[in-house]
Design a protein around this ligand. Structure first.
Ligand code: NAI
Ligand code: MG
Length: 491
């Protein structure tokens, strides 16, 4: 990995190679693909395209490493390594934030304050948490005692999306390593940069060779599929689209791999008339458009109680128009570029569809004036649609929200739950009893009341219905990344 950055903040040449068994190396096939900066449409580097050969090498290295020095490390030593990874991420925070923004098109200010610090914290958090991980013990009358021991699952495949590349990768890798596993990482093809630097950081922090491996490439017929099909991979943790999750599950079934899934969402944001309007609007701007709306937790279905509806819309539209869309490296920018031309076209096609379905665009819906290059889209607010419209049912994963009025609590709960997804929800109300009542009835893995994206890493994170399988976070991560053996001793 050349991490040469010229003064103009434009990257000269990034060659992302695979990291296997502690060494950077190209693909055996010699195949490469281009890395494009979504903010300009320009090629910023090349990426080695891995396939079955590289996955075979990486999995073999990971399997060997399970019984090497990594296994012999004490808990204290492993904690020190994890802490050092977190420290090194912070030391290189500006560089990593720059790479993340070049890769994704997201504002540098966001990478610097959210993605990268949280990536470091993921390691610091799980390093600390490791101290308190225990197991259960039961006494069976006077007959026996039972206790369980925890061991690593083995070789874990980590398959990641492009929206929060380093944040989501470290959210998996930190507990995976804390639990003593070895890892084969397949970063999203659109965002290979920070994962490549992370490999370098892991080595510097003292992670033994073979414990962390990174193989670049695509999904189907490429590195992703080869990883999910490999018989020596014991578990797969995947964050990405629901449809991809179904394909991976079928591939993983052949060797019955353990799976953890964080998938898509179409999350409701329910605003009752007694809510603090200014606070609700300020946070709704973020839950709608942060990271260009490319966050699985974004609240893309906004429901407002009728007495507040007009007033909410007026203020929300006005505030949305104030958001600055543009160059990710301009400090005034609130909304950067979408990840790729392909994704941009997909998001635009949903806006066209919404119009066909009777939707009215109150603001946005087009490329901002003066930004001819790059995949920029104005934050978009749509009204006049109903629960049967595809724009209300399907995940757009862009800066596009619908706003609908409601009259009754029962009605809005039914609408909120009328989806195959079940990742998160937000409720705005100052009525304590209503908050508890509604929160308990929303079918989602995470419900926020009067806030959004506020995370305590000890809490269970994940979705129900087609938004995921299992939970990660705190002890839940260790449940996934370890296997338990119950030992029963007759007295
Ligand atoms: P994606 O499903 O297209 O790709 C995710 C990863 O899977 C990539 O690394 C890709 O190369 C790989 N992949 C694709 N096909 C594969 C196959 N057949 N076998 C193995 N690997 C394969 O998702 P994308 O577009 O990168 O990310 C956006 C999606 O991720 C959205 O649907 C979003 O909701 C979801 N997401 C969910 C989150 C959550 O926590 N629930 C968080 C972030 C994103
Ligand atoms: Mg890129």
């Amino acid at each position: 990995m050349k991490t040469e950055v010229v003064a103009s903040e434009k990257v000269k040449a990034f060659d992302c190679q695979h990291f296997i068994n502690g060494r950077f190396l190209p693909s055996q096939s010699g195949k490469m693909f281009q890395n494009i900066n979504p903010a300009t449409g320009e090629v910023i580097g090349t990426v080695c395209e891995g396939g079955k050969e590289e996955i075979d090498l990486a999995v073999a290295a990971a399997k060997r490493a399970l019984s090497g020095p990594w296994k012999r490390m004490t808990t204290g030593e492993r904690i020190a390594v994890l802490r050092r990874i977190g420290d090194l991420i912070l030391e290189r925070k500006e560089e990593l934030a720059r790479l993340e923004s070049l890769d994704t098109g997201k504002p540098y200010s966001l990478s610097l304050t959210l993605d990268i610090p949280r990536a470091a914290y993921n390691f610091h958090f799980f390093a600390d948490y490791l101290r308190s991980v225990g197991t259960e013990a039961y006494q069976t009358d006077e007959v026996a005692i039972n206790y369980s021991i925890r061991r690593p699952v083995g070789v874990v495949g980590l398959i990641n999306p492009w929206n929060l590349p380093l944040l989501l990768l470290t959210w998996k890798l930190a507990p995976c390593l804390a639990a003593g596993n070895t890892a084969v990482i397949k970063p999203a093809e659109w965002t290979p940069l920070t994962a490549t630097v992370l490999a370098e950081i892991c080595k510097e922090a003292g992670v033994p060779d073979g414990v962390v491996n990174v193989v670049h490439g695509f999904g189907p017929d490429s590195a992703g599929a080869a990883l999910t099909e490999h018989p020596d991979v014991d578990a797969i943790t995947f964050t990405g689209e629901t449809t991809t999750g179904k394909v991976i599950m079928a591939a993983a079934a052949k060797s019955l791999k353990k799976l953890s899934y964080e998938l898509g969402g179409k999350n409701p944001n329910i605003i009752f008339a007694d809510a603090d309007l200014d606070e609700a609007i300020e946070t709704t701007l973020k839950s709608s458009f942060m990271n260009q709306g490319e966050v699985c937790l974004c609240g893309s279905r906004i429901y407002v109680e009728r007495p507040l509806y007009e007033q909410f819309l007026q203020k929300f539209v006005a505030k949305t128009k104030e958001l600055v869309v543009g160059d990710p490296f301009d400090p005034r920018t609130n909304v950067g570029a979408l990840i790729s031309e392909e994704h941009y076209e997909r998001v635009m096609s949903y806006i066209e569809l919404a119009k066909e379905e009777g939707g009215r665009i109150l603001t946005g819906g087009k490329r901002p004036d003066g930004l001819d290059q790059g995949y920029y889209l104005e934050p978009t607010i749509i009204v006049g649609v109903n629960r049967n419209c595809r724009i209300v049912r399907e995940e757009v994963f862009g800066p596009v929200v619908t706003v609908m009025p409601f009259d009754e609590e029962e009605e809005v709960i039914a609408q909120a739950n009328d989806t195959h997804y079940g990742l998160s929800a937000t409720i705005w109300t100052n009525d304590l009893r209503r908050a508890h009542r509604v929160a308990a009835r929303i079918e989602a893995g995470i419900v926020w009341v009067n806030t959004w994206f506020l995370r305590d890493l000890r809490t269970p994170f994940g979705g129900m219905k087609q938004s995921g399988i299992g939970r990660e976070g705190g002890m839940h991560s260790f449940e996934f990344y370890t296997e338990l053996t119950n030992i029963c001793i007759k007295l």
